[in-house]
Design a protein around this ligand. Sequence first.
Ligand code: PLP
Length: 364
Amino acid sequence: MSIRAPEYVTRIAPYQAGKPISELAREYGLREESIIKLASNENPLGIPESARAAMTAAVAELGRYPDSNGFDLKAAISKRYGVAQDCITLGNGSNDILELAAHALLQPGNAAVYSQYSFAVYALATQETGARAIVVPAREYGHDLDAMRDAIDADTRLVFIANPNNPTGTFVAADAIAAFLAAVPRDVVVVLDEAYNEYLEPALRFDSARWLHDFPNLIVSRTFSKAYGLAGLRVGFGLARPELTDLMNRVRQPFNVNSVALAAAAAALGDEAFLQRSYALNREGLARLQQAFAGMGLEYVPSYGNFVLVKVGDADAVYEGLLRAGIIVRPVGNYGLPQWLRVTVGLPQENEAFLEAFARVLGR
Ligand SMILES: *Cc1c(COP(=O)(O)O)cnc(C)c1O
């Protein structure tokens, strides 16, 4: 006798996360403090102090369930983005928002469209509903929006767009996204995943929440895991018109965001100084890494996020060599990019330590 799971579940390739520091320390007998992790696009500054204070206060109330509706955090988001509270969905990370959209909208027989080399969770969220994936070939490692529009068929209910994209770091300008939204049928929901929005230069940023007025089929997804430095807490949010927000709320776990996370996120949202430091540090580190890669004659994809995709050839060997040096980066063979590594921007001294080890491992 064996357990019978749906074929669409047994076919799923589980998500491959960046190697945890504790695991590398165990496996290679290294001290955790000596390890540099540039593998998961985390904020090298760690958590904002404003969030730490809010979390400490929230711990006293952990005997109680969280506010299922997350009133305080929604109020803060509402104020910050100028959207009504009934347009906000809170998520256990923005990963949760992607899954809520999939669970609310997809069933076997439906399809979701996303790009080759786009975020791995789009495939997972699609597959776990039994829907079909329509994977559109990338253009220069980024989204080919014309081809994605053409790929939408009668079964399609959902489109995922990461902007900037992970793992390639590419970016699509506002006017191209707006033209895409205008061309998509109104019964096809577009998830615009802006996990790295805060790292964009001010000139490239655009207020996608404004598009909710024009597009009842739009979900904008944001996270506290990257520039806000709260990856371990798991908080993100989605912005969409009330009809769509209501659908996602129906498939949501009642207490999907814990109370410590709710408090920390509300505090971090108002911490402009921290965001500014995160942004500035990233600009500097990104330029440094890209400049070094260019200097080494390595191909890389110019990035709009807090990471760079660089072509190294035998990526497994280079990854392994870096691990031995106590540095964790991210192999992306599971994305169909077996010759590349994705390197997250770290603190200046972490970037330098990485570059030194990297040059050594590559024999340059
Ligand atoms: C990191 C990332 C997220 C954020 O995930 P969380 O669940 O919010 O931690 C979402 N989308 C993309 C493209 C990402 O790279």
